[in-house]
Design a protein around this ligand. Sequence first.
Ligand code: CO
Length: 286
Amino acid sequence: MTVTIQLQKPRQVEQVFHGQATSDGAGVSLIRYLYGPLQKRLDPFLMLDAFGSDDPQEYIAGFPDHPHRGFETITYMLEGRMLHRDSAGNEGLLDSGDLQWMCAGRGVIHSEIPQQVEGRMEGFQLWLNLPAKDKMSEPWYQNIQAAEIPVASLENGGHIRVVAGSSHGVQGVMQRPYTEPVYLDVFLPAAGVVAHSLPASHNAFIQLYQGSIKIGGKSMTAPGVIVLANHPDADGVEVQAEDDSRYLLIAGKPLNEPIEQHGPFVMNTRDEIRQAIHDFQNGLLN
Ligand code: CO
């Protein structure tokens, strides 16, 4: 049984972004929804990429060995198979519906390579910042299989896969300190309505990837990122589906610390970035 939520002060739509088509790794086509200009507004989130293609040419080469330092990466496969390998000797296969949560901490070198030569590959990678005091922590990662992600079922026939934080009385599979992220994958049938509780302290956005939804009288059609306005009394967001719709609802408590990014390194100062590049070039991230 799920908890029905009544909101007093739902969040409204602040902006809608349609992202930028780009490619990364060894030529993987993707849409980058969150980058530079949004990093402050959506602190603690640094990047959101969506990849989705039926054409193997657009994904087959994957992401060969590359480093990271200073944040966490969350890779969610909607469809497809991808193999992760890293410099700590870890190896893990991500299958449809699976998720990988990796804390790069002081550094890892890893690769993400498709394990299919045809068919659809679709998913998301989100970067979550670490507080300054944890940027040089020991790296770790966790592979989470589809069946391990708890589901909250809604009376309207919808359902919510609760990756992080909690929703409708269901605890997510991941809980993280400081930024207290909420990461939900929601399915709402046409005409279904759902209220999501969210702490007023959090920055929040929706990645609408299927269908069309309405928030506070504003209609939006997939694909796009919807930034939800902050308000000191805001207690959540109400979403109404106009068609069968799927979206990620992502929220986190801002760190309010300086952000210095150089490609795959995100630190607080230029000196720390110089150190990261030096350490990588000297083989210290292995
Ligand atoms: Co990576």
